[in-house]
Ligand binder design. Structure first.
Ligand code: SAM
Length: 412
């Protein structure tokens, strides 16, 4: 039985290469496309003590597990000093990855056709492992996680993406419908279900998924969404249990914004203070219910033997004055008093966040070099240092929860 299930998935990705193949990585980069898990972009999430630059000097051994057509080559292109290994069971996907490898002369990329469950055969260990949209397709996702844990270095970090349950409810309804009617992954049936999707009742629960998902643009994406041979979704609690049962430690959400009330719930709402006063895990679980449309959970985990002090950002702890904030925004709009508009940070697709004058002064000093203590003594706000630090704790924590800052903590 297990063998049969494996074949279903293998056959699907042999025919329906996923994701839509990129033909040129330079053009891809020029369009600003990148993986949300990219170490280059979010290394301070994975190693907030700055290890990626200081200790690793940007030279990591990276595994992309279930790399599909593009991810391993894109990682190799984006991380030229790192060694990238891509594995996948689909020969056709790897063929495309190999085309990109040759086209861009990616000497730092190696590709292997193999199952995640057998990854120990590589006889290598990795500083960083990325597996996005893969483990939920395995007959036994926990066995896949165990195999990946087995090749993760002791201080390594693993970034995973698992499907979210609530944001995919409509998708599973249609999957079930098509399955019960005997639709296959053949070309004719794919054409037929595309027609069904175009004429779907305007109130069907799958619409949000379809509108928010670029997978609808290509046939393999339609198959992946609606005719998949095997996938299972996860709630926040399921993700936490999955990590715990795998003997790993959950370290955080990559798209943190979705899991906190800041930016999503007005502070005057009867929900805000009640949610905010709860322990972190409860906040995430409740925000998932309130959000209702999370269709993928992206998170990172590490090994139990690593000291939590080396990766925990403690906004209330004694080290707070020594942490270093970095801005993570694309635009900052200055205040326009004539139009009665406050200063705002904007980072699409998130709503703009208005700032008062004190917040602007502090935020302008987030340059990735100054510590909180130095910012406080340079900001020119007339307040006691103690009061400013209290104000700063809440301000920085809410920016961090909304994903508008990175934070570097002192090395332990
Ligand atoms: C939805 S695609 C994701 C591809 C890539 N990670 C990305 O995000 O673009 C899933 C990929 O996982 C691969 N896959 C599924 N089960 C696998 C397994 N047990 N071992 C290795 N690869 C697997 C499939 O062949 C497919 O290329």
């Amino acid at each position: 039985m297990e063998k049969h299930k494996e074949d279903i998935v293998a056959n699907q990705y042999e025919k329906w290469v996923y994701p839509e193949p990129i033909n040129d990585l330079a053009e891809d980069r020029a369009k600003g496309r990148t993986d949300a898990t990219s170490v280059r972009m979010v290394h301070l999430m994975y190693w907030p003590d700055g290890s990626y630059v200081k200790r690793y000097d940007k030279r990591l051994n990276i595994l992309i597990a279930g790399c599909g057509a593009n991810a391993a080559a894109r990682f190799a292109y984006e991380h030229p000093r790192s060694n990238i290994v891509g594995i996948d069971l689909s020969a056709t996907s790897l063929k495309h990855a190999d085309f990109l490898r040759k086209k861009h002369n990616l000497l730092n990329l190696t590709l292997h056709q193999m199952r995640i469950e057998s990854v120990s055969d590589l006889d290598q260990e990795f500083d960083f492992i990325e597996s996005s949209g893969v483990l939920h397709h395995l007959p036994n996702p926990q066995a896949g996680l165990a195999a990946l844990k087995g090749v993760l270095k002791p201080d390594g970090v693993m970034a995973l993406m698992l499907y979210g349950l609530y944001g995919r409810v409509g998708t599973y309804m249609l999957q079930s419908l098509f399955h019960q009617l005997g639709f296959s992954q053949g070309d004719e049936d794919v054409r037929a279900i595309k027609q069904v999707l175009q004429n779907l009742h305007p109130q069907h629960l799958a619409h949000h998924y379809m509108n928010a998902n670029s997978d609808m643009r290509f046939d393999a994406g339609v198959v992946d969404s609606f005719l998949h041979g095997m996938d299972r979704p996860y709630t926040v609690q399921d993700c936490l249990d999955f990590v715990e049962q795998g003997g790993l430690v959950f370290r955080g959400w990559i798209n943190r914004y979705d899991y906190y009330p800041e930016g999503q719930v007005s502070e005057s709402s009867p929900l805000f203070s009640r949610i905010q006063s709860l322990p972190e895990e409860d906040i995430w679980k409740l925000m998932e219910l309130l959000h209702s449309q999370i269709r993928m959970h992206l998170f990172y985990v590490g090994k139990k033997e690593v000291s939590p002090e080396s990766y925990t950002i403690d906004f209330n702890g004694p080290q707070f004055p020594d942490i270093i904030p970095y801005q993570r925004i694309h635009e900052f709009a200055a205040a326009d008093p004539a139009a009665n508009k406050p200063a705002m940070i904007t980072r699409k697709p998130y709503p703009p966040i208005p700032f008062n004058d004190s917040q602007v002064r502090l935020f302008n000093l987030f340059d990735g070099r100054r510590t909180v203590k130095e910012i406080v003594s340079n900001c020119g706000i007339r307040e006691t240092e103690e009061n400013l630090i209290v104000f700063f704790r809440n301000f920085l924590r809410s920016l961090w929860r909304m994903g508008h800052v990175y934070i570097q903590i002192p090395e332990v």
